[in-house]
Ligand binder design. Structure first.
Ligand SMILES: [Zn+2]
Ligand SMILES: [Zn+2]
Length: 362
């Protein structure tokens, strides 16, 4: 599925895929989740990479061929493709801070349009294609018992949410948390917080069906944001104390302000969503019951990709295989790899009708 220029329509067309070079892996796709970042990349650009773009970045498949020096996977292995694995070469990586990696991966130059122009995948993955070639370090084996239609979610949405809870938000046993926005990332943040031992999980969304899914996934309280003011309800639910960690998973600036406003003393708000380029956040700062300063002295942190390192993906794949994380509950639909099915999956996502549509390649 190729996008010629920013804003152009995405279309399935023939591409040319060369064999993998050293430290590269050719993967035959089995499943790819449709993520909001695909739409963001079509409209606003592929984080600095030139177009045409090979769409898709939440992918799992089967290794078809490995280049020289690749030893951790062999042809036939079931694998997850993870754009957020640290690159090891950028300045934060070299300074020993891989969770702050700038994700300097370049897509291996093996993908071309049928008339020979280079193709670069969304976030250097390109999962909406029957085949792609990625850097070997971004290829992570999937344990037995976990379907690739579920595992692929850990390529972006699920790992971003879980990592926002366990890495960025540092959720601790006994914490009270709130999650605003229950798409794939928000529901994953809820599950990450549960995995980290949070005992009170407040789930907030405008769509009633998503509150039901959140309950299935361990939410102890739900707030219908279409009816009630989330900050007021969280205040009432916590006897005025607020929550230890609040997650914004919408990409909407005013929701970041809400996340900060519902924090307890010393609490942390984590903004996960991908904002529009010109977004501005307004916060109460003064020494009041809602201000960010003393006596509340709260923090606001930003995450990209859940601040994950390679071992996190392996741990979360295992947690998904043994049921501590439920990825299936976040797969609303499985659809075929056709222009029509993918267009419908984008429509349903933007209309908040689905948590995730996963495209399956047969
Ligand atoms: Zn790096
Ligand atoms: Zn994504």
């Amino acid at each position: 599925m190729v996008v010629e220029t920013p804003g152009a329509p995405a279309r399935i067309e023939p591409i040319v895929v060369d064999p993998p070079g050293a430290a590269e892996v050719l993967v035959r796709m089995v499943a790819n989740g449709i993520c909001h970042s695909d739409v963001w990349a079509i409209e606003h650009g592929n984080w600095g990479s030139p177009f045409p773009m090979l769409l898709g970045h939440e992918a799992a498949g089967i290794v078809e061929e490995v280049g020289d020096g690749v030893h951790h996977v062999v042809p036939g292995d079931r694998v997850l493709l993870a754009w957020a694995v640290p690159c090891g070469t950028c300045s934060p990586c070299r300074r020993g801070h891989p969770r702050n990696c700038t994700h300097g991966w370049q897509q291996p130059p093996r993908l071309h349009t049928s008339d020979g122009r280079p193709l670069i995948g969304t976030l250097s993955i390109g999962g909406l294609a029957t085949h792609t070639v990625v850097n070997a370090a971004q290829v992570i084996p999937v344990p037995p018992g976990l379907a690739l239609e579920a595992a692929c979610l850990l390529g972006c949405g699920a790992s971003t949410g879980i990592g926002a809870a366990v890495n960025t938000g540092s959720v601790r046993p006994g914490d009270t948390v709130a999650v605003i926005g229950l798409g794939g990332i928000g529901l994953a943040a809820l599950q990450g917080a549960r995995l980290a031992g949070a005992t009170r999980l407040i789930a907030i969304d405008r769509v009633a069906a998503k509150l039901d899914i959140a309950r299935q996934l361990g939410a102890t309280d739900v707030v219908a944001a279409a009816i009630d003011d989330p900050v007021a309800v969280v205040g009432a639910l916590t006897d005025g104390a607020g929550v230890d960690v609040a997650f914004e998973a919408t990409g909407i600036a005013s929701v970041v302000s809400q996340a900060v406003a519902m924090l307890a003393r010393g609490g942390t708000a984590v903004a996960i969503g991908v904002p529009l380029p010109d977004s501005t956040i307004t916060l109460d700062w003064g020494e009041t019951t809602v201000g960010a300063a003393y006596p509340r002295k709260v923090s606001l942190k930003i995450t990209d990709g859940g601040d994950a390192i390679a071992e996190d993906f392996t741990a979360w794949l295992e947690a998904s295989a043994d049921g501590r994380i439920d990825l299936d509950a976040m797969v609303t639909r499985v659809a075929p790899f056709t222009d029509e099915a993918i267009a419908e999956s984008f429509r349903a996502m933007l209309a908040s009708e689905v948590v995730r549509t996963v495209i399956r390649f047969d």
